[in-house]
Design a protein around this ligand. Structure first.
Ligand code: ZN
Length: 178
């Protein structure tokens, strides 16, 4: 890996850790939020063999616009337009109601660029694993099942270019709570 690529990755990790520093996941143990973006990067690199550092950086940064005060301009300046665009593509419009945002993810999935698809696939893989392994507080069976079903609808809309990650998603989907 070239020094600039390693530098980009470490800057993205440090930036995301800083932006998410006061946030916790919704699981029982309230794990540090940054564990989630790190898990996406781990899936991309170590399970799917992705080597495009800008995609991996975008995975590390994927929730910064949606869940922190980070702006597109900030990402553009720090990481370049390609990383910024991928993060923008996978970010929900926070001005919409939650149910509408979820509906839009299904509608928008077929329009995502391939790089955004990689990030979206790894995000859904990690979220489903969390729902099984360390579920959010207060989620009953029905809610966990509904989350699996919605995630599958999103992924079904972006299938094709990434059979390896799609296969990993399908494996995880088999653990749908019963
Ligand atoms: Zn995420």
């Amino acid at each position: 890996m070239a020094p600039e690529e390693l530098s980009l990755l470490m800057r993205a990790l440090a930036f995301a850790a800083h932006k998410h520093r006061d946030q916790r996941r919704k699981d029982l143990g309230a794990s540090p939020y940054i564990n989630h973006p790190i898990a996406l990067a781990d899936v991309l690199v170590n399970e799917a063999g992705v080597t495009d550092v800008e995609v991996i950086a975008a995975a590390l940064l994927h929730d910064t616009m949606e869940d922190t005060e980070t702006t597109a301009e900030e990402l553009d300046q720090a990481f370049g337009s390609r990383v910024r665009r991928i993060v923008e593509e996978v970010s929900d419009d926070q001005t919409l109601e939650k149910q509408e945002r979820k509906r839009m993810q299904i509608l928008h999935a077929p329009q995502l660029s391939n790089h955004a698809r990689l990030v979206k696939l790894s995000d859904k893989i990690c979220n489903l694993r969390d729902v099984v392994g360390c579920p959010p507080r207060g989620w009953n069976l029905q809610r966990r099942q509904a989350y699996f079903d919605w995630s599958k609808k999103v992924i079904d809309g972006l299938r094709g270019p990434n059979p390896e990650l799609e296969g990993i998603f399908d494996e995880v989907y088999k653990s749908r709570p019963q």
